[in-house]
Ligand binder design. Structure first.
Ligand code: HEM
Length: 378
């Protein structure tokens, strides 16, 4: 229920122990006026600092203003604690150059090479209207009302400057980002987040998570790149497959979450081990083998995804899956090669469909009250 510090060298909501709930939104920028965009980012920053401390979005508050004016907070979080709220902001490639090639804000020369549109992957079934976006805001909290309140107020503040392109609610974090957290389960019923990058792995975070000086333009130093993928999981098909098949697909046991052939969750997988039949104990097309750093030139991700169930699809199936989110230092060396491999060979693909995709550059943290999201970019 406590507050997560808002100011710092890195944005909160990345290595912050993953909260239970997510409200994620991608915006398109409506204005062509760079000053209006910057002014909105300043207002977002001030509102985010207040809301993450458990206060109203505006300085007057939901109920203290004059009766003739709309309140500067929408009110649904009145009386609720901060609930671990974090607000993390990112910039999409189209902010720098839009789909028709226009450089609306004079930013094209400042686009990091790492912020490239993702390639098309085998099997992608992306819906453009729920993909991409000029800006994103990730709100995570332990109370869904608090996360929704944060996004709603930022959208309200941005009225006329940005419009909501798409948004996603998530529950039941599917990753641990700290060793203090027990590993949660995804909607396939498997532990998810066992071999994730964790807040305590400071050396690995330096190598794989945070943008270092010299990686690209200075304004991203201390930031991180976010890839989101909405992955529909055909749970009805999964639920008809045998336990042995499920474990072979993942490459881990369903109960303990141990690598196949081992006993405990955090045992190292032995990819060389073979069974009595001479076949690898961890199948060659299993998710864990294909996603593992050994298969991907050492590449790692900080996964921070959430389960979703968006009702049902009208055909008698749950519209359910994983809203995959991963932070990294350079998607060209991390997400892209890993997903290229997974999209071609992963046995799990039989049960998955990627329906939305986006990439964002999340700038470094807001240092103090004078600073704002992305100040060094503008
Ligand atoms: C590991 C599930 C999509 C990358 C795992 C594990 C599970 C899992 C159960 C093993 C436990 C763990 O270490 O966390 C899923 C499901 C997905 C999905 C259900 C889709 C709905 C993806 C995607 C990527 C990815 C799209 C990246 C492109 C990884 C990585 C690991 C992992 C890097 C750790 C591998 C290791 O080092 O052992 N996933 N995953 N996953 N997954 Fe996924």
């Amino acid at each position: 229920t406590g507050a997560v510090p808002f100011h710092g060298a890195n944005q909160a909501g990345i290595v912050t122990p993953a909260q239970d709930r997510l409200h994620f939104v991608a915006f398109d920028v409506l204005t062509r006026d760079r000053d209006r965009l910057v002014e909105m980012l300043r207002q977002w920053t001030a509102a985010a600092a207040r809301m993450t401390a458990g206060r109203d979005a505006g300085t007057i508050g939901a109920v203290n203003g004059i009766p003739e004016a709309p309140p500067d907070d929408t009110g649904e979080a009145l009386g609720l604690p901060p609930s671990g709220l974090t607000i993390t902001v990112g910039f999409g490639p189209t902010l720098f150059r839009d789909a028709s090639g226009r450089d609306r804000f004079g930013l094209a020369a400042r686009r990091p090479a790492a912020l490239a549109e993702l390639p098309r992957f085998a099997g992608d079934a992306l819906r453009p209207e729920i993909s991409g976006g000029d800006l994103c805001v990730q709100a995570c909290a332990n109370d869904p009302q608090v996360a929704v309140h944060a996004i709603r107020n930022l959208a309200r503040i941005g009225m006329g400057v940005v419009s909501v392109r798409w948004s996603q609610l998530g529950f039941g974090r599917t990753s641990s980002t700290s060793r203090d957290q027990a590993t949660p389960r995804n909607l396939f019923g498997f532990k998810d987040g066992t071999a994730n990058l964790k807040a305590e792995d400071t050396d690995l975070l330096r190598d794989h998570l945070w943008v270092l000086p010299g990686d690209g333009p200075d304004w991203m130093t201390g930031g991180s790149y976010l890839v989101t993928r909405k992955i529909r999981m055909t749970v009805e098909t999964w639920d008809r497959s045998s336990l042995a098949e499920q474990e072979a697909v993942v490459g881990r046991t369903k109960g303990a979450g141990a690598p196949l052939g081992r006993t405990a969750e955090f045992d190292e997988p032995d990819f060389a081990a073979t069974g009595d039949d001479g076949q690898p104990v961890i199948p060659v097309d299993s998710h864990v083998r294909l996603a593992h750093p050994d298969t991907n030139g050492g590449a790692r991700l900080l996964r921070r995804g959430y389960n979703f169930v968006d009702g049902s699809d009208g055909l008698g199936r749950l519209d359910a899956g994983l809203f995959f989110m991963a932070y990294q230092r350079d998607p060209r060396r991390q997400f892209v090669p890993i997903q290229t491999r997974l999209s071609r060979n992963d046995a799990m693909n039989e049960y998955l469909r990627h329906v939305s995709s986006a990439i964002f550059a999340c700038p470094p943290g807001v240092r103090d009250a004078a600073d704002f999201f992305g100040a060094a970019l503008f």
